[in-house]
Write a protein that binds this ligand. Sequence first.
Ligand SMILES: *Cc1c(COP(=O)(O)O)cnc(C)c1O
Length: 342
Amino acid sequence: MPPGLASNFILGGPRGYARGEGTEGTEALETVLGGLEDAHALAFSTGMAAAAAVFAQVRVGATVVLPDDCYQGVVGLARSGMKQGRWSVLRLPTDATARWCEAAATADLLWLESPSNPLLCVADLERICAAPRKSGALLAVDNTFATPLNQQPLQLGADVAVQSGTKFIGGHSDLLLGVATTRSAALRDSLAQERTFTGATPGALEAFLALRGLRTLSLRLACAQDNAVLLAPRLLAHPSIERVHYPGLASHPTHAIAAAQLKGFGSMLSFEVRGGAAAADAVCRGLRLIQHATSLGAVESTLERRAAIPGQEHLPPGLLRLSVGVEDAEDLWADLTQALPR
Ligand SMILES: *Cc1c(COP(=O)(O)O)cnc(C)c1O
């Protein structure tokens, strides 16, 4: 489908104005995204716009539960609402399954992120989703790292799955996009209303690029994931590296649940360089092939020191997050070994 660049349409047809009804292109994208999960899909201008639309569903005075390890944009959104008196926030460790199940009885929004950013913790979604929930409560899962190809939260019992389409769906670091998928049409409609109010509708060009990205998602993810599976144990064995966080490694605290729940372990990993911040910064400067850049899920590998980001100072200072791309695995390994301290 060509990108139909239009803001408004001849009246009497299926759509009048693109902020509300989108374009033919956004509808085509939503049809494909919904088909992937056998669900209703709604595209947003960014992943954060999709997250904000979910948070807008909860009433004033609500309790929101977030994981300890969570995308900093969502943490900022939750904190800002808390400061304005809109809700209270409870933080729980991703792997504290029993505590999440207990919180489900009283919370209004359970926001999970699995695997988590940047420690790659996997939540036991099936058990948490099965716990009795307060009536009207929403269980949301940020599925950005897994993509619907590796994990389908709605099938595991979540009410809404959110993704930053900027990452794996786009896959080429050239667009911003968000996605929310739901089992219920009513929840989809309510999110769509929020999207219209806030003007968080994606542009026609972004929808076109996202659809083109989706055509190669399975190829890109398979290749990047194979690369990550090869690199993770090599990094673990490297004398300059203290720890590797990758759910595919038996040493990862949530490896067992990851193996049971995910179709693949994904292409995101993080590792801690001996020597802390200074040593890790030197790695960032020394890389030649891997890009020293934020974001993830693209064809090119990107790496950044997460504790250098404002609000992320709680992370180990030498922790580097690596989004493994589709380059030749041996080229990636050669780049890492030449940049790591010897
Ligand atoms: C990038 C990201 C987001 C936010 O998505 P944007 O498209 O940047 O707004 C949310 N969650 C996770 C896990 C992300 O990596």
